[in-house]
Design a protein around this ligand. Structure first.
Ligand SMILES: [Zn+2]
Length: 284
């Protein structure tokens, strides 16, 4: 009898325990389910990468979107654009960058101006108008300007879109300046059939004897690889060329300027061999 009782007790205990445990578990589960946030069925969109974001912004951009501060010196002539030239303004940050080109005494203008906070303005009604920031320089006198097909073009001013980046004393350019520049360069790729990113250059690479901008503190690799998303290997030759020929001023030192010019010619030869004739899609 005792044994039967014991067995029955054990069975009862087991059942009660099981029931209790079951109930406990289900309660816990219920609590978990109740407090669980509602599942979001739509997959969360991954945040766009910097390159994707800039590409998207470039698609939406149009030159006429930028506020106009009409340059005092400008021509109404229209020319197709195939290169971009970067400059620094050498104006103090407290200066309004737009006051420079609307001043008649300055005898200069630019297509675009980008201040250190990324505020961008245009100085021409139409981007096809010539920008005169290159002065009257005849770029690469001996070799001529080489376009994407390897043809020589003499008048840089007519074919260039110029960017005046606010900077003084070779200070580092701001991230937003790179970003705003990249948006407009990528837009140019769609807008101008003959434009290539390897046809972006600094003022000093055009005329080192007179100019020293965009200068040694401009990070070309950052612009091309990080912001414009070009293939690293593809741009190596060009980046090496730009790095070799970007320097603190050689202006006023003819010997150094001429040495720099020689380096530029050598660099141009390499670029000619590597990149000329390549389709636009090749660099992405
Ligand atoms: Zn310049």
């Amino acid at each position: 009898m005792d044994i039967v009782n014991k067995i029955l007790c054990v069975i009862k205990a087991l059942f009660t325990n099981l029931k209790h445990r079951k109930a406990k578990i289900s309660k816990k589960e219920l609590a978990i389910i109740e407090t669980r946030p509602v599942l979001i069925l739509t997959k969360k969109k991954k945040p766009k990468s910097k390159k994707q974001r800039i590409k998207a912004l470039a698609k939406e951009y149009s030159y006429s979107d930028d506020p106009l501060y009409l340059a005092a010196n400008h021509s109404k002539a229209l020319f197709d654009k195939c290169i971009a030239v970067l400059h620094f303004s050498w104006s103090y940050p407290s200066w309004s960058i737009e006051s420079y080109f609307v001043n008649k005494k300055r005898q200069a203008n630019s297509s675009l101006g980008i201040d250190r906070k990324g505020k961008t303005v245009r100085y021409l009604k139409n981007i096809l108008n010539p920008a005169w920031t290159q002065g009257v320089s005849n770029w690469r006198k001996n070799v001529g300007f080489i376009n994407y097909e390897g043809k020589r073009i003499k008048n840089v001013n007519n074919i260039a879109v110029s960017f005046e980046l606010e900077n003084v004393n070779y200070q580092p350019f701001t991230e937003i300046q790179y970003e705003q520049t990249a948006i407009r360069l990528l837009w140019m790729l769609n807008r101008f059939e003959n434009f290539r990113l390897w046809l972006v250059t600094g003022h000093e690479q055009i005329i080192p004897i007179k100019k020293d901008d965009v200068g040694v503190s401009f990070n070309w690799k950052k612009l091309f690889v990080e912001y414009c998303g070009v293939r690293k290997d593809f741009y190596d030759e060009y980046l090496i060329y730009l790095a070799n020929t970007s320097s603190r001023s050689t202006v006023g030192d003819k010997q150094r300027s001429f040495r720099k010019w020689e380096e530029i010619y050598e660099g141009v030869e390499k670029i000619r061999n590597d990149l000329i004739g390549m389709p636009k899609s090749y660099c992405f």
